[in-house]
Design a protein around this ligand. Structure first.
Ligand SMILES: [Zn+2]
Length: 429
């Protein structure tokens, strides 16, 4: 493998860019939570879990409150029910109140600070604004704009109030009487929009969606079955059981609560391996057609969840063999992508198959997940990756089955494109 081989692996990853400094150690600092939650520069994303909804602006971005230019002083000063929701959550979070996520209460998540480490120019911000304090300053060490996400999935009334208030504010400013839909202020399902976000918005969305999916599906302690509550501003789950062990009043009965390090209480990411399969000179690419995508004719990479006690390389080799029957001993890790449906990390690999009239033979009968798998000539795949390069005459004939590949935001597309580019590079050597 030459040094040039992986040079085109993108640094920007849809759903996985670093947008905020997460300052995760501040999640349990109540003084910080208080000053950031009620700060006028606060940004809140209305970001539900996977089944939830988001407020969308007309330009495809996520909706914010607080900094919205159209609302003087933000929702906090104008909407009493919103202020009350924030105050209740702040109190419950600080005191680890057992009612923290009772019916009718929104769940908040502290996401991080937009600060200089991520590219915010505090000096220019100070210069442009006229008010004395324009950004959050915690102990003179952490400065920027705090971001929270809130899950309002089950709070229809509050959602309606927010939409009405924002819409009325826009109409007042513009002397119009437009509907919320016309002004682009509405809650909508994330699944409809998840590929239309700007890169920055996509990463904020995935952070919120993955945390909320975890919170939403872990309402009871896995050790003792009693309710669990999100503490540390949404970053950790706490079992509410207080029962102590009979023979040792220092330890809790609940095995999760007693454990020194309890992974059940921290956010989970499920790892899946995804691989592009090729041969040594990159002239061939193996793509497979999952039964789910058979009608769309979408051929893609091989993928599957990692199992306990597997290395990435072993899991990838296993997935390739189970799905396609192909034997592949040369596995290279290329890049990774968070995938918020619901909370996965895709580990992108390249599997290089040594052709010997045996290793490369496709057999779909092991786990029967695929409709088809085929070795394609790299030149054909190149035309799918770079449709602009296809000539008018070729367009009519090169793809009689109307085969497509995954969208460019996905890691599968990145991996396919990488092999095509490597093949091009090799052919020029
Ligand atoms: Zn428990």
């Amino acid at each position: 493998m030459t040094a040039a081989a992986f040079k085109d692996t993108p640094k920007e990853v849809y759903f996985g860019n670093e947008v905020l400094n997460r300052v995760s150690f501040l999640r349990e600092d109540n003084e910080f939570i208080q000053s950031s939650l009620f700060h006028p520069k606060l940004c809140i994303l209305k970001n539900g879990s996977n089944q939830g909804s988001i407020e969308e602006e007309a330009d495809g971005g996520l909706g914010y409150t607080g900094t919205k230019a159209v609302i003087e002083s933000g929702l906090l000063e104008n909407l009493p029910s919103w202020r009350s929701a924030l105050e209740t959550w702040f109190h419950d979070n600080k005191h680890r109140d057992k009612s923290l996520r009772d019916e009718g209460k929104p769940v908040f998540l502290f996401m991080g600070i937009l600060d200089e480490s991520i590219g915010l120019n505090l000096k220019s911000l100070k210069f442009l604004e006229t008010s004395e304090e324009t950004y959050l300053d915690h102990q003179g060490r952490y400065q920027g704009i705090a971001y929270y996400a809130v899950d309002l999935t089950r709070l229809k009334g509050l959602r309606k109030e927010i939409v009405k208030f924002v819409n009325d504010s826009i109409n007042a400013l513009q002397s119009t009487e437009a509907s919320p839909g016309d002004n682009g202020i509405y809650f909508t399902h994330s699944r409809k929009h998840y590929l239309g976000f700007k890169k920055r918005e996509a990463s904020l969305f995935s952070q919120g969606a993955m945390f909320f999916s975890w919170l939403d599906t872990n309402k009871f302690c896995p050790g003792c079955g009693l309710p669990s509550i999100p503490i540390h501003a949404g970053g950790k789950l706490l079992c509410t059981s207080e029962a102590k062990s009979e023979d040792d009043d220092e330890t809790y009965k609940c095995p999760v609560k007693s454990a020194r390090v309890s992974n059940a209480s921290f956010p989970r990411t499920d790892m899946a391996v995804i691989s592009i399969i090729t041969n040594e000179d990159r002239s061939k690419v193996l793509l497979s057609l999952n039964k789910r995508y058979a009608i769309a004719r979408m051929y893609t990479c091989t993928a599957g969840f990692m199992e306990p006690a597997e290395s990435v390389e072993v899991a990838t080799r296993r997935e390739i063999w189970e799905e396609t029957g192909v034997v592949c001993d040369d596995i290279r890790i290329v890049n990774t992508q968070p995938w918020p449906f619901p909370q996965n990390l895709m580990i992108g690999c390249m599997g290089i198959v040594k052709f010997n009239n045996k290793n490369e033979i496709i057999h779909l009968g092991h786990d029967n997940e695929l409709e088809d798998a085929r070795w394609f000539d790299v030149e054909f795949v190149r035309k799918l990756v770079y449709p602009d390069e296809v000539t008018e005459t070729e367009k009519e004939t090169f793809n009689p089955e109307n085969i497509i590949i995954p969208m460019k935001e996905s890691i599968a597309h990145t991996l396919i494109k990488m092999v095509v580019d490597e093949a091009n590079h090799k052919s020029k050597l």
